[in-house]
Ligand binder design. Structure first.
Ligand SMILES: [Zn+2]
Length: 490
């Protein structure tokens, strides 16, 4: 019977405790002895000490690699709306709970659901040759029998406009080389050809678009990516073709021959589906309501495993929380990881987070995103108020002193697609910069797999994100903020 059992048990426990206290007072230090001041909590380490400990632990444990291996090999492609995306959300929630994080939850949002079907592209004149191609994300399909037409070649919207009426009824090939660059500048310059090219060509009467892949490796790999149809313009099908195939078409055209291509695309957009951003906190010790955000995007393209884009950013955020907790480095403010859904073909995750938290953006003191792979970390892009880049550079100097290559910080106009909507609240934005020389060899292709990532460089990226998150959450003075309402994200 519960009552009688309790009445026996309680006095017994009290008696035993009193006996132990009498016989062995040393077994009950501080708390059991009256009139003694409890020892003050240990002082937090200096930033220099924290940088050494964080980097050492990241390299020694390699936890990010283990997480990334699961995400890429066991889950794999995770385009919005796909079973892989759902599995990635479930996996991330489970990892965060297992690592002992707080406030672990999904924040639901509706995402586009585009699916790739058949994609067959071939030159039919002056010779018959297959073309290695991948539909551009969000493209409409061709009719089942495909579209066969003459190809007209251009390398810019200005040159396209100059072709005028000649564009009518043709397939426009945007044929521009994307040069490799340490900061991915080539991709930035050419990205508009893929995203806006189909509508610009359709405006002039084109029937379909081919885009030379925005890649930097000649391995006959088509690079997918997203397009955005402009309002009031017919929606025409679009595919990326390999650099090798673009050059072959160019050689025929340059020789004065008429090139005809047949394109069959079965891709289509299904109704939007529910998905989620994944959110978790490492609560701050003094000002838990103030937040430093860290993150990457959980979705990926469907062709590869999303290792460089952006599995690396996802596991850097997950491992940042785990490392800091493991090391007992609890900063003043809360560090919150957000793994955004749908960066690749809609950017809805970043916008959904900013909208859902709009009333507390003034308490978001900084946001860091990693979405350029896992090459050697170089430092941080800083988009914040005056003097912020200098302040970040001063913090990053501790990283450099600890042996990291991520000691730089520079003013930038863009820090990350997913965190960009936070500009509306004036949140200081940081992008983790990597050596991206080889990032565009693989990203958005079927070759975006785990083997493209060096475990040591991944660990260095984790260390850079973890230290900067810790330092920003620990610093007495937050970074200068952007003017609120400055969002440029459409
Ligand atoms: Zn990405």
């Amino acid at each position: 019977m519960p009552t009688s059992r309790a009445s026996v048990a309680v006095p017994t426990v009290v008696a035993i405790a009193a006996l132990i206290a009498l016989v062995a007072p040393a077994a009950f230090p501080a708390a059991a002895r009256p009139n003694e001041v409890p020892a003050p909590p240990a002082a937090p380490p200096t930033l220099a000490q924290a940088a050494v400990r964080i980097r050492g632990e990241s390299i020694a444990t390699g936890g990010a690699w283990t997480k990334l291996a699961w995400l890429t090999d066991r889950i794999g492609p995770r385009l919005s709306g796909s079973p892989g995306a759902d599995a990635a959300v479930a996996w991330a929630l489970q990892e965060l709970r297992r690592d002992g994080m707080t406030n672990v939850h999904g924040e639901t949002l509706m995402v586009p659901h585009w699916v790739r079907g058949e994609e067959t592209v071939a030159i039919v004149a002056p010779v018959a040759r297959p073309v290695v191609a991948a539909a551009i994300g969000m493209s409409v399909p061709t009719p089942p029998e495909g579209i066969t037409a003459e190809v007209i070649e251009t390398d810019s919207f200005e040159a396209l406009a100059a072709l005028g009426d000649r564009v009518k009824g043709t397939i426009v090939l945007f044929n521009k080389v994307t040069p490799a660059h340490i900061d991915g500048a080539g991709y930035g310059a050419n990205g508009g050809l893929r995203s806006r090219g189909p509508s610009e060509a359709a405006r002039l009467g084109a029937v379909a678009v081919l885009v030379r892949s925005l890649g930097t490796l000649r391995a006959r790999l088509p690079h997918t990516g997203s397009l955005r149809y402009l309002d009031g313009v017919p929606q025409i099908p679009a595919a990326a073709i390999t650099e090798e195939d673009a050059e072959r078409i160019h050689r025929f055209i340059a020789a004065g021959e008429t090139v005809r291509v047949r394109i069959v695309l079965g891709c289509r957009t299904l109704p939007d589906v529910e998905s989620a951003n994944v959110v978790a906190d490492l609560p701050g010790r003094e000002r838990p309501s103030e937040i430093v955000l860290i993150g990457g995007h959980l979705d990926s393209w469907d062709l590869g495993d999303g290792a460089v884009d952006d599995g690396a950013g996802v596991v850097a955020a997950l491992e940042t929380l785990r490392l800091l907790k493991q090391l007992g480095l609890t900063p003043r403010r809360t560090i919150r990881a957000v793994l955004y859904m749908n960066e690749e073909n809609g950017s809805r995750g970043g916008r959904a987070y900013a909208a859902a938290h709009k009333d507390e953006l003034d308490r978001h003191v900084a946001a860091i995103e990693s979405d350029s792979g896992a090459g050697r970390p170089l430092g941080f892009r800083v988009l914040a108020g005056p003097g912020a880049a200098d302040a970040v550079r001063a913090l990053a100097a501790h990283l450099a002193a600890a042996g990291s290559s991520a000691g730089a910080a520079d003013v930038a106009e863009h820090a990350g697609v997913d965190i960009d909507p936070l500009r509306i609240g004036g949140v200081p934005l940081l992008g983790l910069r990597q050596d991206s020389t080889h990032y565009f060899d693989w990203h958005h292709t079927m070759a975006d797999t785990l083997d493209k990532i060096d475990p040591r460089e991944l660990a260095e990226n984790v260390a850079a994100m973890a230290f900067m998150a810790y330092a920003l959450a620990e610093s007495p003075e937050p970074l200068p903020r952007l003017p609120a309402g400055a969002s440029k994200t459409p």
